[in-house]
Ligand binder design. Sequence first.
Ligand SMILES: Cc1cc2nc3c(=O)[nH]c(=O)nc-3n(C[C@H](O)[C@H](O)[C@H](O)COP(=O)(O)OP(=O)(O)OC[C@H]3O[C@@H](n4cnc5c(N)ncnc54)[C@H](O)[C@@H]3O)c2cc1C
Length: 449
Amino acid sequence: MSSGHLYHGDLYRFDRPQPSYWEATAGTNGIDASPLEGEDSCDVAVIGGGYTGLSAALHLARDHDVDVRVLEAGHIGWGASGRNGGFCSIGGTGVQGRDLIKRVGLEQAKAHYRSQVDAVELVRQIGRDEEIDFDACGGAELEVAHSPKAWRDLQRDYEVLKDALGMEVELVSADAARERYLDCQENYGVLATRPTFGLHPLRYCRGLAAAAIRRGAKLHPHSRVVVWKKLADGSHRLETAAGALRAKRVIYACNGFMDEDLDRRFHGRTLPVVSAIVVTRPLTKPELAAQGWRTEHPAFNSRRVLAYFRVLPDGRFLYGARGNIRGDADGEAAAHARNIAEMRRLFPAWREVQIEYRWHGLICYNASLCPSIGQLDDDPTVFFGFGYHGNGVNTATWTGKQLASWVGTGRRPEELPLCSTGLSKRFALARFRLAMLRLGIAFARWRDG
Ligand SMILES: Cc1cc2nc3c(=O)[nH]c(=O)nc-3n(C[C@H](O)[C@H](O)[C@H](O)COP(=O)(O)OP(=O)(O)OC[C@H]3O[C@@H](n4cnc5c(N)ncnc54)[C@H](O)[C@@H]3O)c2cc1C
């Protein structure tokens, strides 16, 4: 069995759901799906049952009338799609604003931002069309400057985002931010970006799955692909523990949980990074007021090793930050302890509030710092979408739709920015990715002060 994973095996226990707030509150599963058994065949097989794979399946079945199956190693939404922070926001790349322009040029950066705005709207539209109740709240994303220098940088970012990239942004002084939005220990001003909203990620994921099934897709949870073979007639054979699926085309949609050895052409192209989340007990209105919290908007700070946070519709505080570097259970406990201490320093009024949930998962970087969406050059029957740099709620959904259009029509969609099209290059010294990540994080923390 192939096991091309970068981290400790604890991170790939596909049989175990994460003990997340989302798992506890998503409600009944309601998805009519069972593991793959015996021999079967289809037109398109999708590997990975998160937003990318489910959105691809929904759009293929609904808009292109394609016979599509999804094979998922865990339960539907087991990966990052069932355990993220629920920010449906603008991002998707490893660098933003002027740094993105420097990297890919103004026209490509504009195309990327346009696609991001469309992608946020796409999530809302799917919610409406497919009647998914995903607990939408808030309408902007707040970036909180953590230092005077960061505030000066945000002012420059504001100009670029507004004038060069045509984004809807607003600069809010620290005092005005306290009155309108929130307060914390490091608040030197806020950059608000629209459109953005918060949602319940697992409810959204299950809603996508239910919609895909209604539209004719078949989903197979607990069906990890362990062997992927190309057959003499050009079709693919995907083997799981209990069955095998033959497909004319395959979409590889595993993002940070990708098995790099399943098809070696994907080896060394991603840098999965652990992100960890804690959620408190519900805070009362006086407790929220004591910390100066007045907003439903999701927020994050401007540190290089950043923290992201939001108050959920039931008053709980969600706080996310960098996870551990090994992926094992001991490292996870240590990372949570460090993050909780930092959360209490930043939000001192909630120092004594109990934490009720803690979990973690993998986000995915690419060497190109842009998503990888496309078709293999040497095999036009293999498609892929991954590398959303911690911003996949909208980007993965949108990617799934683009892939469905590409597979369904046979043409590369025009909306796809060139900077995200194709397989990202391999990381130099791919074997040492985690060592380099460790060094990079230490350096970034040192620069953050
Ligand atoms: C803690 C955390 C917080 C985050 N917060 C945010 C946020 O607030 N906003 C945002 O936009 N993004 C956020 N992200 C990122 C976002 O969740 C991801 O970018 C997005 O979910 C990726 O979707 P996906 O479908 O591509 O991958 P995933 O949802 O990870 O799905 C991939 C699936 O592939 C399956 N798989 C792997 N190998 C196999 C195999 N061999 N056979 C079959 N199936 C396989 C896995 O089980 C997994 O379920 C966060 C991520 C994490 C981990």
